[in-house]
Design a protein. Structure first.
Length: 255
């Protein structure tokens, strides 16, 4: 049921940059009108934009985020005091902050949603930078480890939710329509492709690939885009430490 709920929330432009037998990477970006400071202040207040249907309590107002190393992206489960039923207040840890660089980057570790029951590690890196059109927000969720879900299925569901959350944040900050093509000044991220890398061992892979290709022919949603690296850029491990932190380098203001 959790997977089905995630799938229903998937925005049309949601795509994956990488799918393997034991993990996946979801990457999206938006450009908004708000300043980096306002984008940061909104980002660290998820109660104002996170979608309530993707909470345990059913209400995003119960979410808090402490933007410092060791800080918690947590949710309060309200107590219930009504005739015939009484419960104490509970809580959920969605993610743990491992880096907070105000107005530039927020990195958290945790298994979101249905992944919480699995022995996987998820790293969500959100970077903020100034571009000519406004403020650019890049959202990347890197998940790896053993899970009981079929990776090609759960990866698409989680990717859809990631895109939906970033879209909700962008709607709050004022989305800026961007051309579908990747900026020529950003070669490190590779060209935008209309096709996902084929998931290894995915059931019905040919059918799924056909649907993805067909969907890519339709008019793209201008607000949110995913960057898919060229096939030659998809490797098992970063070539260097600098490569592993390339997303943070991209977040620095550009001339």
């Amino acid at each position: 049921m959790a997977v089905a709920a995630l799938s229903l929330a998937s925005p049309a432009a949601a795509e994956l940059t990488r799918v393997t037998d034991d993990g996946f990477v979801s990457r999206h970006e938006v450009v908004v009108e708000a300043s980096p400071k306002d984008a940061w202040l909104a980002l660290i207040a998820p109660a104002g934009w996170w979608r309530s249907e993707h909470t345990w309590s059913g209400d995003a107002a119960n979410l808090t985020l402490t933007p410092q190393a060791g800080g918690c992206f947590c949710e309060t489960i309200p107590e219930v005091d009504e005739p015939g039923r009484f419960t104490l207040q509970g809580s959920v840890e969605h993610m743990r902050v491992i880096q907070a660089y105000p107005e530039t980057a927020l990195r958290m570790q945790g298994a979101l949603g249905p992944l919480q029951s699995e022995p996987v590690t998820g790293i969500l890196t959100i970077t903020i930078s100034t571009v000519e059109q406004g403020t650019r927000i890049v959202w990347e969720y890197n998940v790896g480890g053993t899970m009981r879900y079929e990776v090609p299925v759960i990866s698409k569901a989680v990717d859809g939710v990631m895109g939906a959350q970033l879209t909700a944040l962008a709607d709050l900050l004022g989305p800026v329509a961007m051309p579908d093509a990747a900026p020529a000044s950003d070669p490190a991220e590779g060209p935008v492709s209309s096709e996902d890398p084929a998931p290894a061992g995915a059931d019905g892979g040919a059918e799924a690939e056909g649907k993805t290709t067909e969907a890519a022919k339709t008019t793209a949603v201008p607000v949110i885009r995913s960057r898919i690296p060229a096939p030659s850029a998809v490797v098992d491990k970063p070539a260097s430490v600098d490569d592993a932190f390339g997303d943070l380098e991209d977040s620095q203001p550009r001339a």
